[in-house]
Design a protein around this ligand. Sequence first.
Ligand SMILES: Cc1cc2nc3c(=O)[nH]c(=O)nc-3n(C[C@H](O)[C@H](O)[C@H](O)COP(=O)(O)O)c2cc1C
Length: 195
Amino acid sequence: MSNSHQTSVVIVYHSGYGHTEALAKSVAKGAQAVEGTTITLIKADDENKDWDVLAKADAIVFGSPTYMGSVSAPFKGFMDESSKVWFTQGWKDKIAAGFTVSASQSGDKLNTLIQMAVFAGQHGMNWVSTGMAPGNNTSEGSVEDINRLGSYIGLMAQANGDQSPDVAPPATDHRTAEAFGSRIAQSTRRWASAA
Ligand SMILES: Cc1cc2nc3c(=O)[nH]c(=O)nc-3n(C[C@H](O)[C@H](O)[C@H](O)COP(=O)(O)O)c2cc1C
């Protein structure tokens, strides 16, 4: 773990068409806003990814689009590759969190987040939820609400299937992602300072 003055948050993600990548950048932006936080983004399918950066991280955030109701195949490839780390429980006690995006409002995104949470559990990591009240679920709610999709276990975003990553997911999901990134970074600092 890093010292109590600087904590390291690494975001590992796969993005086939750029929507998850755009979200990853917003999670990073929110985390970066927490003083003393260092952010690294790693592509899950990068054959030359630096496993040492992951080994030294205080927090690892997982990001994947929802494909066919689950994490994408490249992200699952990363999960399987990490079994080498699992053998020594090298990520034990690190902070973990996850986010996903899909085209449908539901699109079975919950299954993707559950896969990530189970994965974090296998590694002995400490899972951070959104900690956000659900938005857009009353007569006065709106799609502009933070956490408009009402997810607790991890961040959900929705990107219309016919729109490119510069407009989808919409701004409200990026604001939600920033808030989630800040929560992860703050949780990481609290956890690292207690260690
Ligand atoms: C192979 C494939 C499977 C998909 N499966 C789902 C799905 O199960 N549910 C859903 O809502 N959207 C599904 N989508 C839509 C993507 O989740 C959506 O376009 C997402 O924004 C893609 O993220 P990316 O640009 O980071 O790859 C699928 C797209 C692809 C290409």
